[in-house]
Design a protein around this ligand. Structure first.
Ligand SMILES: Nc1ncnc2c1ncn2[C@@H]1O[C@H](COP(=O)(O)OP(=O)(O)OP(=O)(O)O)[C@@H](O)[C@H]1O
Ligand SMILES: O=P(O)(O)OC[C@H]1O[C@H](OP(=O)(O)OP(=O)(O)O)[C@H](O)[C@@H]1O
Ligand SMILES: O=C(O)c1cccnc1
Length: 498
């Protein structure tokens, strides 16, 4: 069966904040709708105090942009919207403009599954100002959530070391759409399978599951329940053992395992879902091994996350499969990634680019100008640092990475390092030029990328900061623009004094 690609449903052109459309209208009224613009989508801080994030959501973003069009019913609805004076917000001629508008932007993006860092553009959109503007909200929605969940999943999987992690989140996820997107992102982040059957069907993710307490409770005894399940599904026998007393449940699972073995089947294992999971798993392992079931798996679930899993590992827990739901798919400890979408250059009629910045009281929040690309350096199997540079400058050959905020912090990249530019072409003049990899390849990419970063960047407590900065030329350009903006001075296109 061919694996369907995201999305699971059409993302409408109306899936946006009203202000994108009021700005679009005003660009059109002012006659600047076709001015060429460049925007970048990036985040400023990693979620979960993490030292890294995993890019995710590009697949849905591509489908959204590929099918972007205002339908007649949607335009009719926009025609009913009114302003403070009760008169229509949008003129019919503008709605007609939207109806015939064809997506024609250039888009470059960092492939899903890539390890990414704060201030790095995950997407660069270049094209008519109006078109770049109206896609902001949907792109942020798609990339923010999926990057958040893929990052959480990667952390949970790092904590589980080489043990499989099953994503069990559907029942607690943020709605149907959140659940599906979370299952996909969790798989990309490293989960082995999901309990969400629709995600399995739509995205080609492996599906796994055990059984619930209700199964046990619906029989008079636990023995009967396990036996009936074993008879029905001798090839899927992980028994939930904590409905009454966990270790008694393990004993009953062992008895059912003997019964299965007499019939040529093997006991899959047990699931622990309450109590002290470290102690119970150690006792359970001992019982299973002594009874001759060394291959039976011990699955654990119950409000797990990367911190609990790390702690359980430290306590010597003998858990071999981790079922993780609520805290993974809701990104419980940080429910949103603060990705933003910022204008960084404009030009008219193919003239020189005018680089733009947004000032802020907080230096870290001052935006980066230019047409940005990210160059990642690597030597001896490890990534050394990332340099954001300006494609509008002469070809970048520098191997010095300058900290965005503190220009005295610089990293010199050695000559033997190889370099890779992370943003790849996704759309050219509105046409999709990117071949979406299968989801398994995206997941493999995340694993391969993570393996290229030193452990210090991946630890949970005070991770070591991976070097990310600007090329010296882009740093100079940004500084010139900040000074000119602060002094209220006009500058040349590249921030030069006039
Ligand atoms: N040894 C352990 N070390 C650290 N955390 C643990 C350990 N064992 C279990 N936990 C976690 O502690 C929490 C225990 O949950 P809680 O106090 O609600 O009790 P419970 O065992 O779930 O009881 P019940 O489900 O019957 O209400 C869960 O998040 C679980 O993952
Ligand atoms: O804890 P999570 O990480 O979300 O994993 C999924 C949970 O969902 C199921 O129980 P449910 O929460 O429905 O009921 P229970 O806690 O009363 O067993 C399962 O037994 C897990 O405990
Ligand atoms: O299959 C399971 O064990 C499962 C599925 C969803 C939620 N909790 C557990």
């Amino acid at each position: 069966m061919q694996t369907p690609q995201p999305p699971h449903r059409r993302c409408s052109a109306l899936l946006t904040d009203l202000y994108q459309l009021t700005m679009a209208y005003s660009y059109w009224k002012a006659g600047v709708q076709s001015k060429e613009a460049v925007f970048h989508l990036f985040f400023r801080t990693h979620p979960f105090k993490s030292g890294f994030s995993i890019a995710c959501g590009l697949g849905d973003a591509i489908e959204y942009l590929r099918t972007l069009a205002f339908r007649d019913e949607e335009l009719a609805y926009l025609g009913t919207l009114t302003g403070d004076d009760g008169k229509p917000l949008f003129e019919p001629a503008f709605l007609e403009y939207l109806r015939t508008m064809e997506w024609c932007c250039d888009v470059d993006g960092i492939p899903e599954g890539t390890v990414v860092f704060s201030h790095e553009p995950l997407l660069r959109i270049r094209g008519p100002l109006l078109q770049c503007q109206i896609v902001e909200t949907a792109l942020l929605n798609l990339l923010n959530f999926q990057t958040l969940i893929a990052t959480k999943a990667a952390r949970v999987c790092l904590a589980a070391q080489d043990d499989p992690v099953l994503e069990f989140g559907l029942r607690r996820a943020q709605g149907v759409d959140g659940a599906l997107a979370a299952s996909r992102a969790a798989y990309i982040g490293g989960c082995a399978a999901t309990s969400n059957v629709e995600a399995g069907y739509l995205f080609g993710i492996p599906v796994r599951g055990t059984h619930a307490h209700s199964w046990v409770m619906s029989f008079d005894t636990e023995e009967e329940a396990f036996r009936a399940y074993a008879e029905a599904m001798p090839n899927n026998t992980i028994f939930l053992v904590d409905t009454y007393d966990t270790l008694t449940g393990v004993q009953r699972a062992i008895e059912t395992g003997r019964w299965l073995r007499e019939r040529g089947h093997e006991l899959g294992g047990v699931r622990l879902d309450s109590g002290d999971l470290a102690w119970l798993s150690i006792e359970t392992r001992r019982m299973l091994d002594e009874a001759g079931f060394p291959k039976a798996q011990i699955v654990a679930s119950n409000d797990l996350d990367e911190q609990t899993i790390s702690s359980l590992k430290q306590q010597g827990a003998r858990i071999s499969i981790w079922g993780v739901g609520t805290r993974l798919v809701t990104a419980y400890d940080q429910p949103a990634l603060g990705g933003v979408y910022k204008l960084s250059a404009v030009r008219e009629n193919g003239g020189p680019w005018r680089h733009k910045i947004k000032l802020s009281e907080q230096t870290a929040k001052i935006s980066t100008p230019g047409l940005q690309q990210v160059r990642r350096f690597r030597a001896n199997g490890f990534f050394l640092g990332d340099m954001i540079y300006d494609l509008d400058a002469p070809a970048e050959t520098s191997r010095v990475i300058v900290d965005r905020v503190d220009l005295t912090r610089r990293k010199q990249i050695p000559e033997n390092a190889t370099a890779e530019d992370l943003l790849v072409p996704i759309f050219r003049r509105g046409r999709s030029v990117y071949e979406m990899p299968p989801i398994t390849a995206i997941r493999d990419r995340a694993q391969a990328q993570l393996a290229g970063f030193h452990e210090g960047h991946k630890r949970f407590l005070n991770p070591h900061e991976y070097p990310v900065g600007l090329s010296p030329a882009l740093h100079d350009l940004r500084t010139r623009l900040i000074l000119a903006a602060r002094e209220g001075r006009e500058t040349g296109p590249r921030g030069e004094t006039l």
